[in-house]
Design a protein around this ligand. Sequence first.
Ligand SMILES: Nc1ncnc2c1ncn2[C@@H]1O[C@H](COP(=O)(O)OP(=O)(O)OP(=O)(O)O)[C@@H](O)[C@H]1O
Ligand SMILES: [Mg+2]
Length: 461
Amino acid sequence: MNSPDKDIILIVDDSPNNLEVLSDTLIDAGFEVAVATDGETAIEQIEYSPPSLILLDIMMPGIDGFETCRRLKGNPSSQNIPVIFMTALADTLDKVKGLNLGAVDYIVKPFRQEEVLARVRVHLKLYTLTKTLEDKNKTLLKEIEQRIAAEAKLQKLAEELEQRVEERTTKLTEALDNWQKAHTILVQNEKMFSLGQMIAGVAHEINNPVSSIHGNISYAKNYVRDLLQLIELYAKYYPSPQSEIQEKTKDIELDFLREDLPKLLNSMELGTDRICQIISSLRNFSRIKSGSMITVDIHQHLDSTLVLLQHRLKQAGKRPGIEMIKEYGNIPPVECDPGLLNQVFTNIITNAIDALEEADFRSYNLEGFTKDRKMPTIWIRTELSDNDRVAIRIMDNGPGIPVEIQPRLFEPFFTTKPFGKGTGLGLSICQDIVVDKHGGKLSFLSLPGEGTEFTVELLIR
Ligand SMILES: Nc1ncnc2c1ncn2[C@@H]1O[C@H](COP(=O)(O)OP(=O)(O)OP(=O)(O)O)[C@@H](O)[C@H]1O
Ligand SMILES: [Mg+2]
């Protein structure tokens, strides 16, 4: 039986004498010994009980030591076992041949005990060290492989993480953008709402006194007419009144007064008429509480908006008055939030007026327009589109929008107007109202040098 911690040395030799001498030497030195008397038996033996080292004689019956060595080295299970040849002193060729076949060393016959033991020990040590190194190498290689795999996995995870972070960042930036936009729009809407409430209050306060003036003017006109007729009758029947009356008649320029007073009253009536119209538009514009969807006549709201913007259409400086052409089509009532829609119309029409103010009007002749000179004009056209939508088109023949800024028009805070004039929120609010709040469509077409057309499309429900 083999002891597990003892090294087994296999001696292969056909000479019983040699076997005995070597066995004794090795056993005395503490090794375990196995023997074989020819190459083939040795190979078989090694197959089922591999030794730690082989001492191999060259000259043997059957296959010789060289052949035995070649076969052992050709077999993966035995190729690493160190082989020491045993050779006669003079056989240099044998020594070289043996080493070339993979032997680690040779021992010269006749043996010297210390030399045999020394060589066996050295080679066993070398063998153990080599084996340990190989094992370590294998473990290291395995570790390296595992580490490479782990690193690849880590790298993949890092990439995935980076991608996720990037996606999150994009989403967060988008959310922040949306929030900022929503916030500004909210603030703006809030401002519009408070302004609307204030306007409604003021309009209400002014309405009563103005209505009473307006209502009384027709009475005043009748009274004045009666009084003037009475004066005429007096003049007819008393052609030569007292000198004091004659003087007063001259003083007050009665003839001019009789002619001018009715005109004056008429223009006062027209003035109050216009104030009443404005008040009614103001109330129409502002009393509608935002957030309520009702069915309305779009034309009525367009008209209210126009009344309030009337003052901006008048001639100003070198710019002639802006002509407003309304081409209202036959459209059904539309369900919408009229307070918000008024904001949309105001913003788009104001933009058109601003654009016409920007235009170069040096070519206009205020006294008279020739046919080829264009008048600053705004067209408002309404029509049914695709039977399920109404389209409200607001066109101007201003300078148009440069192609390079067209994609940025709806961005909040994008403006080309000087600081203090435009906030750049107008169109982004319009988009929010038309698209997000009404499910409609807001688009534009612009030809630089020709003009611009904005179209609001609303679904008929
Ligand atoms: N009809 C138009 N013709 C030419 N340019 C226009 C017209 N409408 C809009 N624009 C351009 O689009 C820009 C953005 O318009 P938007 O209404 O959003 O902001 P704004 O008018 O500059 O400022 P705000 O409306 O807040 O007072 C304007 O500054 C202008 O350059
Ligand atoms: Mg604007």
